[in-house]
Design a protein around this ligand. Structure first.
Ligand code: AMP
Ligand code: ZN
Ligand code: FE
Ligand code: FE
Length: 293
């Protein structure tokens, strides 16, 4: 006897997570295993300015049977403002792609040196070598590694305090990391056949009087494909607002947790909306297809 149509259990994705290739604390292998254990069907690895974790993540994902989307998160600044862009589903071996990321990562290292100098000038005796040693060799070091070093040194009580007092945007040791403009970053992702998505739009800092819709429109004119409407730290109101913008502007929608392991202790992998990932059904077909949907 049938009790009606078989219930289709929804499948979930997390399309924003960091590894030890940048400022996460899970290795690519650990991240992929954790995603599988969390019941996710699709994961994107989106390290800051690098794809160095993707080969290892792909190997492990293939081994354990998890669908993986190649990703990257780029910090950009320039018209129409400052934001983080996610690139998805690109061919990282496209001509010039890795070279540009290498150049951006080099600029990040220069910026890190300047942040270490600022800390020293503020009387905090830390060296770039010490900060770099918190990360595995070759990782793209970022502010969470600085924060961890300040905690380890007893300069601050916890990571949040490190950002409040020294490292947060506008705090005394902060130096911007962006070396690409939004236009350049979108062109880079498109040049490698990928999708360019505005990360965590709810965290955007707008200029006084600036309308979010105008920012989205300006980015769309530069080629932006979508927005991360679902984000672990968005309120329900944020999510609804960005879903509405996506629909009215004709942008695709993605979602992710921004998992960083111990560097963001209150953010959990796969926790995007109500403790779950983003339903595969809301994602554009090209990303859904990665999970065979
Ligand atoms: P960076 O790419 O070096 O500028 O570092 C950016 C990363 O620092 C973000 O992805 C977050 O992981 C972290 N971050 C930035 N601001 C804060 C904050 N106020 N509190 C905690 N983590 C933060
Ligand atoms: Zn980060
Ligand atoms: Fe970000
Ligand atoms: Fe991120």
């Amino acid at each position: 006897m049938s009790s009606g149509p078989a219930a289709v259990s929804p499948l979930y994705a997390d399309l924003h997570a960091h590894t030890t290739a940048s400022d996460g604390t899970f290795t690519p292998t650990e991240l992929v295993r954790a995603a599988k254990a969390a019941g996710l069907s699709l994961l994107a690895v989106t390290d800051h300015d690098t794809v160095a974790g993707l080969d290892e993540a792909t190997r492990e994902a293939d081994r354990i049977g998890l669908a993986l989307v190649p990703g990257v998160e780029l910090s950009v600044e320039g018209p129409p403002g400052k934001c983080h862009l996610l690139g998805f589903n690109f061919d990282r071996h496209a001509p010039g792609f890795l070279d540009t990321l290498a150049r951006v990562s080099e600029a990040r290292r220069t910026r890190n040196g300047r942040m270490a100098e600022r800390l020293q000038a503020l009387g905090v005796p830390v060296t770039l070598e010490e900060i770099t040693a918190v990360a595995p060799p070759g990782a793209n070091v970022g502010r969470p590694h600085f924060a961890q070093t300040l905690v380890n040194r007893g300069v601050v009580a916890n990571l949040a305090q490190a950002f409040e007092r020294y490292l947060g945007d506008g705090a005394p040791a902060y130096v911007p990391a962006a070396s690409l403009t939004p236009a350049e970053a979108i062109a880079l992702i498109h040049g490698a056949g990928g999708l360019a998505v505005l990360a965590h739009p709810g965290l955007l800092k707008l200029a006084p009087g600036e309308q979010i819709r105008n920012r989205l429109l300006a980015l769309q004119q530069l080629g932006l494909d979508g927005i991360e409407a679902y984000y672990g730290r968005h309120t329900l109101g944020d999510t609804e607002r960005f879903l509405h913008f996506a629909q009215t502007l004709g942008l695709i929608v993605t979602g992710g947790s921004d998992f960083h392991g111990a560097h963001k202790p209150d953010v959990f992998l796969g926790d995007v909306l109500d403790g779950r990932g983003v339903p595969l059904g809301v994602l554009p077909p090209v990303l859904r297809a990665r999970a065979g949907e």
